[in-house]
Ligand binder design. Structure first.
Ligand SMILES: O=C[C@H](O)[C@H](O)[C@H](O)COP(=O)(O)O
Length: 231
């Protein structure tokens, strides 16, 4: 039977949004699954009087949250975020996560790093045994992209500069950088790869999350499955 991914995303989003308490500062993720959660948050505000302040992880998310009446707070005026709900391109049951398919990984990772709880929500196609089925997005300084593409080859990887949809121009992130999508095959040692990538000059950030996600909530069929310590 074909999976109903929209339903699985909605189930995961609803479950995650139940964890949000009134007066919390809430990190707002990016991407199609996170956007469902943002809509659900707005519904709880309207129906239950939930009061929150949101920290958006992308310009697009900021626009969506504002259009739904979710008040935002400047990330540089706060020390911590109580809870963040975000999507993922892949995750493992051990809570390694790969993100950045939508190009928002840098701000998402900053928001995640400031969050006491980082809740990843996903449909069941996102669960993998080992990261690497999806290419690994990396945010890079435009001046350095060609150098970085060569350095990735020395790590037995293959990178490609992401282009804008239907255009001959490189994709530009919210922070004015480029994205390289890198293929390393299956990533059997995410920590080792992560530190090698961070050591390349010009790499701003990569999409591997290690010790950042506190819980993954996955929709599967008609129910949700939770991964993580508090599962
Ligand atoms: O840059 C994009 C983000 O990391 C997204 O959270 C990720 O790509 C998953 O997006 P979606 O929920 O649309 O599959």
């Amino acid at each position: 039977m074909e999976k109903d991914l929209a339903k699985e995303k909605l189930l995961a989003a609803k479950e995650a949004v139940k964890l949000v308490k009134t007066n919390q500062i809430v990190g707002l993720g990016s991407g199609s699954t996170a956007e469902i959660a943002i809509n659900e948050l707005a519904l709880r505000m309207k129906n239950e009087g939930l009061t929150i302040k949101g920290v958006p992880s992308s310009n697009r998310t900021a626009e969506l949250a504002t259009s739904l009446g979710i008040p935002l707070i400047d990330i540089n005026t706060i020390a911590r975020i109580d809870i963040t709900i975000d999507g993922a391109d892949e995750f493992t049951p051990e809570l390694f996560v790969l993100k950045g398919g939508g190009g928002a990984l840098l701000k998402e990772k900053i928001v995640a790093s400031m969050s006491r709880e980082e809740i990843i929500i996903a449909d069941s196609t996102k669960k993998v045994k080992t990261l690497g089925r999806f290419t690994l997005p990396m945010e890079v300084i435009p001046f350095a992209y060609n150098y970085i593409l060569h350095e990735l080859q020395l790590l037995n990887g293959f990178g490609k500069l992401r282009m804008k949809n239907n255009e001959d121009q490189p994709y530009i992130t919210d922070e004015g950088n480029n994205i390289i999508d890198a293929d390393f095959g299956l990533i059997t040692d995410p920590a080792a790869l992560a530190s090698k990538l961070k050591a390349i000059v010009g790499v701003v950030e990569h999409g591997i999350y290690i010790n950042l996600a506190t819980k993954v909530i996955m929709g599967e069929g008609d129910s949700v499955v939770t991964f993580g310590k508090q599962a």
